[in-house]
Design a protein around this ligand. Structure first.
Ligand SMILES: [Zn+2]
Length: 67
């Protein structure tokens, strides 16, 4: 069961990014693929503003490697 769980997380590995909207000051987190993040496709979920500042990014699992 434990092994199954680890495999599940490897499959679902997605970085989480935290942003703050400059318009309404709302803080929100989004999960994006690297490509989506690079393209800057991030908008505030509340006001749909495009002026957002990235706070920091967190990864679900840092140590996972594909063997
Ligand atoms: Zn906003």
């Amino acid at each position: 069961m434990a092994i199954h769980t680890i495999n599940y997380y490897k499959e679902e590995l997605m970085p989480i990014y935290e942003y703050r909207c400059q318009k309404c000051q709302d803080k929100f987190t989004v999960t994006l693929s690297m490509a989506e993040h690079d393209q800057g496709k991030v908008e505030c979920p509340r006001c749909h503003g495009k002026k957002v500042t990235q706070q920091y990014s967190v990864f679900f699992a840092k140590t996972s490697k594909k063997s």
